[in-house]
Design a protein around this ligand. Structure first.
Ligand SMILES: [Zn+2]
Ligand SMILES: [Zn+2]
Length: 282
C-alpha cells in the first residue's frame, strides 16, 4: 500500500477513452497498482462525442459490479464518474448521480458560456483554444478566465462530488494565448480563492498528470503546490488516462514534486474508504 500506485481518473469506451475498462484494469494489475478507479464522463442532457449516454449509465454500473468481483483478489476496483458542472440545473448534484453503486465522483468544468450565452467547449488543445477564444469570446481571454473560475466556484459551492477535477486546467492554454497571464495576480488570486474555498469545504484536490509528459504541467499546476501545503489540502494524484499504457503517466513525477513542496501524504481509496497514505517515492 506504500507504493502510491493508484489512479481514480480514467476513461474508457463508455466515453472518449480508447480501450475497454478491462484493459485498464489488466494494465493496473500488470504495473502492481493497489487500487484503481474508473470515471467515465457522465451523461449530459444532450449528446456529445466525449460523454456517456444516459442509457449507458446502468450498463456501466452493472459492468463495474462484475469487474469488482472478477478482480477482487488482484486489485481494489472502484466505480466513479467525472461529472460536468454546467449550471444550477446540470451538475454533480443531479438526481441521476445519486446512486449507491458510485464509490466517488469527480466534479469538472470543460464547458463555459460565452458573452452571448452560448455554451462553448474550452477543453481543447492550444491551437483550437486560441481559435475558440478569438471566434466565440471575441478574443477576450480575461472573460474566459473570469467565467471559468466563476463556474468552478459555483461547482464547489453546489457540491455533490468528492474530488475537484483538474482545477486550473485552462492554465497551459491561457499562458500560450497570453504569455505571463498565469503568473499575474489576476490569475493567481483566482486559483488561491477557489482552492481556499474547496479546501474549506473538505474536497479532495486533484493533481491531474494527463498533460505532464507532453507539456510538463499538472492541473492544479506546480506553482500552486505550496498553497496545497499551506492550506492543508487533501490531495489525490490522477493520470486522467484515456489509454491503458498511460495509467501512471506523470504520476511519479508529480508525487516527487509534491514531496519537494512539503506535502508528505496523498489520498487513496482502500477498503472502500479514502485514507491518507505517505508518499513513498523520493
Ligand atoms: Zn476532465
Ligand atoms: Zn477526464
Amino acid at each position: 500500500m506504500a507504493s502510491n500506485l493508484t489512479n481514480y481518473h480514467s476513461h474508457s469506451l463508455y466515453c472518449d477513452g480508447h480501450a475497454p475498462i478491462k484493459d485498464f484494469l489488466d494494465e493496473a494489475v500488470r504495473q502492481g497498482f493497489t487500487s484503481y478507479g474508473v470515471s467515465p464522463h457522465a451523461p449530459l442532457p444532450w449528446t456529445t462525442r466525449w460523454s456517456m449516454m444516459e442509457l449507458e449509465l446502468p450498463v456501466f454500473l452493472y459492468e463495474m459490479k462484475r469487474l469488482k468481483e472478477e478482480y477482487k483478489d488482484r486489485l481494489e476496483v472502484y466505480c466513479g464518474l467525472e461529472i460536468d458542472y454546467i449550471d444550477s440545473d446540470i451538475n454533480p448534484q443531479a438526481g441521476l448521480f445519486k446512486n449507491d453503486a458510485l464509490d466517488y465522483k469527480i466534479g469538472s468544468v470543460h464547458l463555459i458560456h460565452n458573452q452571448a450565452g452560448r455554451l462553448v467547449d474550452i477543453d481543447l488543445n492550444v491551437e483550437k483554444f486560441r481559435k475558440e477564444v478569438d471566434k466565440s469570446f471575441g478574443g477576450d481571454v480575461e472573460y474566459v478566465i473570469d467565467k471559468y473560475f466563476q463556474v468552478e466556484t459555483s461547482m464547489v459551492e453546489t457540491g455533490g462530488f468528492d474530488i475537484v477535477g483538474h482545477m486550473d486546467k485552462i492554465s497551459f492554454n491561457v499562458e500560450s494565448y497570453c504569455h505571463g497571464m498565469t503568473s499575474s495576480s489576476f490569475y493567481t488570486d483566482k486559483v488561491e480563492r477557489l482552492l481556499g474555498l474547496a479546501v474549506s469545504k473538505g474536497y479532495i484536490i486533484e493533481v491531474n498528470t494527463k498533460a505532464y509528459a507532453r507539456q510538463g504541467t499538472t492541473f492544479i499546476g506546480q506553482p500552486h503546490y505550496h498553497l496545497l501545503k499551506e492550506m492543508g489540502a487533501k490531495v489525490v494524484v490522477n493520470s486522467d488516462s484515456h489509454f491503458p499504457s498511460l495509467i501512471n503517466s506523470g504520476r511519479m513525477e508529480a508525487l516527487h514534486n509534491l514531496k519537494k513542496a512539503g506535502i508528505n501524504e496523498v489520498m487513496e481509496l482502500h477498503s472502500g474508504k479514502w485514507c491518507s497514505v505517505a508518499i513513498s517515492c523520493d
